[in-house]
Design a protein around this ligand. Structure first.
Ligand SMILES: Cc1ncc(COP(=O)(O)O)c(C=O)c1O
Length: 309
């Protein structure tokens, strides 16, 4: 929401991607948990208690689909302030050229590009998804990793946009007020500085991602050996079982996959002592060791045996 506010001081609407999660605030609560494809660009409300009037402020497109984004911009760029994207949407990595295309379309049609880096920031690389994919958005939001587990979030971006939040502008119509009880929390800020020190160690991400690759490969081997028709989707430290032959490229692919099977597999993992949120993308952590890998592989083997009956 704090990236949303400075963005919409000019035009009223935001274009988001179907199935993307941008927090629990009202504007973000459209087309978050779709059960069928939207009538693009009409966003669908899928959370109770959200004022219906806000529907008119959000538009939606399928992730990884530049053609649909461009057709929406062609017709509506005059009312769209920004495109907001999770650069890696849940477990779906951008197709080659997708983020570059978004940047180019945003420039072509005069709309802002916001990256929600709450998950990707500092997880994919020290420069977040921007550094990893080499694309610079106009605004970016951060949370989770940046606080090292503490309650911290940040918004960064172009100086002229961030200046909209400058308290010296209080009273002006385009002043984007941002404040909160925990803002600038000093304990979280100290945790963030300590986290950044760990992440800045030479070779940190290479080693971390190589370990994650080993985890994914070991899990894939177990699925194949046990004949469970699912894949281990993901790159870098992201992973999730998907009941399909190919990685999903949009939310409809995820819906079409065998979530009953992967949900059962995840529940069996839980029963065998590996904590995962069923059918939700999860991560390897820098704290995971090879011994954890062995335990997880053993648990997955038992989980596969249980679901294969
Ligand atoms: C991509 C993304 N954006 C935003 C949020 C919301 O963060 P918060 O709960 O701090 O509002 C989340 C939370 O999971 C997230 O995954």
């Amino acid at each position: 929401m704090h990236a949303h506010r400075p963005a919409v001081t000019g035009k009223p609407k935001i274009l988001k991607f179907e199935g993307a999660y941008h927090g629990n605030h009202d504007y973000a609560s459209f087309s978050q948990f779709p059960t069928a494809a939207a009538n693009y660009p009409m966003a669908t409300s899928d959370v109770g208690g959200v004022p219906q009037a806000l529907q008119d402020t959000m538009m939606v497109a399928p992730y990884n689909d530049l053609d649909t984004v461009e057709s929406i911009l062609k017709e509506h760029a005059g009312e769209i302030a920004a495109i907001i994207a999770e650069p890696v949407q849940r477990i779906m990595f951008p197709r080659p050229g997708f983020l570059e295309g978004l940047r180019a379309l945003a420039d072509k049609y005069g709309v802002l590009l916001i990256f929600d880096e709450v998950v990707t920031g500092f997880r994919l690389s020290l420069g977040g998804a921007q550094g990893y994919f080499g694309i610079e958005p106009d605004l970016a939001s951060y949370g989770k990793i940046v606080g090292g587990g503490g309650p911290l979030g940040c918004v960064g971006g172009r100086a002229d946009l961030i200046d909209a939040t400058n308290p010296a502008r209080k009273g002006q119509a385009d002043y984007a007020y941002i404040n909160g009880t925990l803002h600038g929390n000093p304990i979280a800020a100290v945790a963030a500085l300590a986290t950044l020190k760990v992440l800045q160690a030479p070779g940190f991400y290479d080693e971390f991602h190589a370990r994650a690759d080993r985890f994914r490969a070991a899990f894939s081997d177990v699925l194949a050996r046990r004949g469970v028709p699912a894949i281990v989707a993901g790159q870098a430290s992201f992973w999730q079982f998907i009941g399909a032959e190919k990685e999903p490229v949009n939310q409809m692919d995820v819906l079409a996959s065998n979530t009953k099977l992967t949900g059962e597999l995840d529940h069996e993992l839980l029963r065998n002592g590996v904590y995962v949120l069923p059918n939700v993308r999860r991560f390897f952590s820098a704290a995971h060791t090879d011994a954890d890998l062995e335990r997880a592989v053993d648990a997955l083997d038992k989980a596969c045996a249980a679901v294969s009956g």
